[in-house]
Design a protein around this ligand. Structure first.
Ligand SMILES: [Fe+2]
Ligand SMILES: [Fe+2]
Length: 336
């Protein structure tokens, strides 16, 4: 049986053959292609059809950016910025999330029979491994103290693990898009770090686009008798995610020091990163517009993740009933 590390550390077309950019234009062109993609297949792309499935795999392969994100010569930071960045309660959870995602995606890719979906999900596992490497190098470069990583255990129920990772990414990416915009606009992160992590954000957008289309394809092609069981599993995954996000994750390092990690940082961190007083409706509205912007370059016939944006819209509506309407500075910058 293939080792999972063989899946997440090697691209189907071999990581060693990744081209080196010849000019800055090559880098800019790869970035543009990662953000814009349409299928040449005419007509509707109905989930369950061979055309849809092929388009999904083509999208994922053809929007791959071979150059970025990459490990950079991490810029020297002034003491204040360094302190601000190293004290964020996210580094352990970020590295571990990427480590878990690469393993779970590789585990699912290994058992899936369909060659198109196998190819796309294997590539997704590889990209998670690249995210983990970039993050690990940043942590090392800035001397961020980390709790030891727990062992990454191969899941018994690979479908459950893939669903948890996929839906988690849908929730976390939606809020991370907004948070990243806040960090950029407020100057919380220096420009070099923004530039390095911007392609990570866009890759997460591609990942959740793949997940939403895999899910639509999976539902459409599964035997009818399996559907009720599967939908019950999806409900259980959402319940699990809600439970997971209620508390803070705590871990203890080798010296007995407790590290507290915030599972909800993508939401709760917005206030810390913004110079202005960012209200919840403003932040949600910012997440919605960033979500739309990041997806806008991809073929409209592909399915989009809808649950988290729908929850955010509902929240904006409910908060509006209590007189809390969006309208702060974050909105103006997002629209710019
Ligand atoms: Fe990732
Ligand atoms: Fe991802």
């Amino acid at each position: 049986m293939t080792a999972l590390s063989d899946i997440y550390s090697r691209l189907p077309d071999n990581i060693d053959d990744l081209p080196k950019p010849m000019t800055p234009e090559d880098v800019a062109e790869a970035d543009r292609r990662a953000r814009h993609w349409s299928s040449s297949i005419p007509g509707p792309l109905r989930p369950g059809s061979p055309e849809h499935k092929k388009a999904v795999a083509d999208m994922f392969r053809e929007t791959f950016n071979p150059y970025k994100p990459s490990v950079i010569d991490w810029p020297e930071l002034d003491p204040q910025t360094l302190r601000r960045i190293t004290s964020l309660p996210i580094w352990d959870i970020a590295v571990q999330t990427e480590g878990k995602a690469r393993l779970r995606m590789a585990a699912y890719a290994r058992v899936i029979d369909d060659p198109d979906m196998k190819d796309a999900i294997s590539r997704n596992a590889w990209e998670e491994n690249r995210h983990k490497e970039v993050l690990s190098r940043l942590v090392e470069a800035y001397g961020i103290e980390m709790a030891p990583e727990p062992p990454y255990i191969e899941p018994d129920d690979v479908e459950w693990a893939y669903l948890v990772t996929g839906f988690s990414e849908c929730v976390d990416s939606f809020f991370a898009f907004g948070l990243f915009r806040v960090a950029e606009d407020s100057g919380f992160f220096p420009p070099e770090l923004i530039e390095t992590f911007e392609p990570v954000m866009q890759e997460e957008c591609r990942h959740i686009l793949l997940f939403a289309n895999w899910l639509a394809w999976y539902r459409a092609t599964m035997p009818l008798w399996r559907r009720p069981w599967f939908e019950a599993k999806v409900v259980a995954v959402w319940a699990f995610l809600a439970w997971e996000r209620i508390g803070l994750a705590r871990s203890v390092d080798a010296d007995g020091v407790e590290h507290t990690q915030d599972n909800n940082f993508t939401v709760s961190g917005a206030k810390d990163m913004s110079a202005d007083d960012l209200s919840l409706p403003d932040f949600l509205q910012l997440c919605l517009s960033e979500d739309e912007r990041r997806f806008s370059g991809y073929d409209e016939r592909l399915v989009r993740p809808t649950t988290t944006p729908a929850i955010a819209k509902a929240l904006v509506f409910v908060l509006g009933l209590f007189g809390k309407r969006p309208g702060g500075s974050a909105l103006k910058t997002a629209a710019a």
